[in-house]
Design a protein around this ligand. Structure first.
Ligand SMILES: [Zn+2]
Length: 450
């Protein structure tokens, strides 16, 4: 069974599913007010790999991830673009799915939208007010963080030390009783989108939506709540606080991935050829390069997305693609069980994808050294990369029929013995069959003429 670091304890512990063989998982999704950045790319990829791996291990994973389609940032963007918040959210959500699609990230099983759950949120807020966990301030309703025991679990700090370090935005300062308290309901200013509530027309605070949607779709005591490390506190802590206050069993476990940093270790990259936006990145790179880079680092560590790191990931991917091409003509056999077992052992240890990749590259080397074992090793490489990690190898290149494959092999042999006349004759024959022929360091490559 996969063991994962639990944010609340800092310890690696095996997952213990609520229902045997099933996992109910919630990942905080994007606030759709602008193009996504490399950090979003990493979150999406880390948990896509996690999800695919668990499914490959035989788990039935229910994966829910929300779309925050109402938020201060969306309202600000709408004002800037002289359009409605609804229009901003719709356009950037569409861009989000296009972008994550290019990264090969599978769509969640459910993608609840905050605006579809406002009634349920109003109900939860009403409940928190009635039970003394919330209070009305001048501009909305606030949660009283001092009203529950154990606030600060995910920050791994207690209330007093959190309070000492807290800063408050000036506008909210007057309304809050404690700097750690947070808005559950924000009264609408003129021209802002609004929904009805007993406390006046307004909109829910960000921290409330995930509580309502995760519990609504996955039920109490769901297995795992995921997100980027920057959400652990205060966002996730505030979600948890509301559930605790409402007497609901919330996520059993929490897991967070590290941030994307630049060369200097600062959060977010400013200088991958000046690319920080994910759509911009994907204009220059195959989405699989970012997946390879993510796989080659531990999910909890900061990830430096530098031109050098990307070049290195690109090189790794090329080696895997080339190997997959070479292995195309190999007979179909069952994957080498030792490779699969080693791979799984690494992955089960807190999703150690770096070492799992090393197992895969070890199999590539072994296949080249021991041709008799190559078909089973190649099958294992394919199984691990494509089925367990979501990394398609040499995609879009159809398998060659055996006649073409043998011509390619014959041509490589002719080139090796410098028989250029023969190599040229085979090139002509392949072209006659409708193939484009390329010479690469890895040998002859052919693809169908389009
Ligand atoms: Zn959330």
């Amino acid at each position: 069974m996969l063991a994962l670091t639990d944010t609340a304890t800092g310890q690696v512990a095996p997952l213990e599913p609520r229902d045997p063989g099933k996992l109910a998982v919630y990942l905080c999704g994007p606030t759709v007010y602008g193009p996504s950045h490399l950090g979003h790319g990493r979150v999406s990829l880390v948990w896509d790999i996690f999800r695919r791996y668990l499914a490959w291990c035989g788990f039935e994973v229910r994966f829910v991830s929300n779309i925050t389609d109402i938020d201060d940032k969306i309202i600000a963007r709408a004002a800037q673009e002289r359009t409605t918040a609804e229009d901003v959210a719709r356009r950037y959500e569409e861009l989000w799915w296009q972008t994550t699609g290019k990264l090969g990230v599978a769509r969640p099983d459910a993608t609840p939208h905050a605006t579809a759950y406002v009634e349920e949120m109003v109900e939860l807020i009403g409940n928190l007010l009635r039970t003394g966990h919330a209070y009305e301030g001048g501009d909305g309703v606030y949660f009283s963080t001092g009203s529950i025991a154990g606030y600060g679990l995910l920050a791994r700090q207690d209330l007093a030390s959190l309070r000492a370090g807290a800063r408050v935005e000036a506008a909210e300062e007057a309304a809050k009783k404690s700097p750690l308290d947070f808005a559950l309901w924000k009264l609408a200013k003129p021209g802002e989108p609004h929904w009805p509530s007993p406390w006046g027309e307004g909109r829910p605070g960000w921290h409330t939506e995930c509580v309502v949607m995760s519990l609504g779709l996955l039920g109490e005591g769901f297995d795992l709540h995921l997100g980027g490390l920057d959400l652990a506190f205060p966002h996730h802590e505030n979600e948890r606080a509301q559930a605790v206050a409402a007497g609901l069993r919330f996520a059993e476990r929490w897991a967070h991935n590290g941030m994307v940093v630049d060369e200097r270790g600062d959060k977010m990259s400013r200088s991958v050829g000046n690319i920080t936006s994910l759509p911009g990145f994907l204009e220059h790179y195959d989405g699989r390069v970012l997946r390879t880079l993510v796989l080659n680092s531990h999910y909890r560590s900061p990830l430096a997305v530098t031109p050098e790191a990307l070049e290195s990931a690109k090189g790794m991917l090329e080696r895997l693609d080339n190997f997959a091409r070479e292995a195309r003509s190999a007979p179909e056999v069952a994957p080498d069980p030792t490779v699969l077992a080693k791979f799984r052992w690494r992955m089960d240890d807190d999703l150690n994808t770096t070492d799992a990749l090393a197992v895969i590259f070890g199999a590539v080397r072994d296949a080249r050294a021991h041709p008799s074992r190559a078909p089973a090793l190649a099958a294992a490489v394919r199984e691990c990369c494509e089925k367990a990690l979501g990394l398609a190898l040499a995609p879009g290149e159809e398998a060659l029929d055996s006649h073409v494959a043998s011509l390619v092999a014959e041509r490589d042999a002719a080139r090796a013995r410098r028989d250029w006349a023969k190599a040229d004759a085979i090139r002509a024959e392949l072209q006659g069959l409708g193939y484009v022929v390329e010479d690469t360091p890895a040998g002859t490559r052919v693809r169908r003429e389009r």
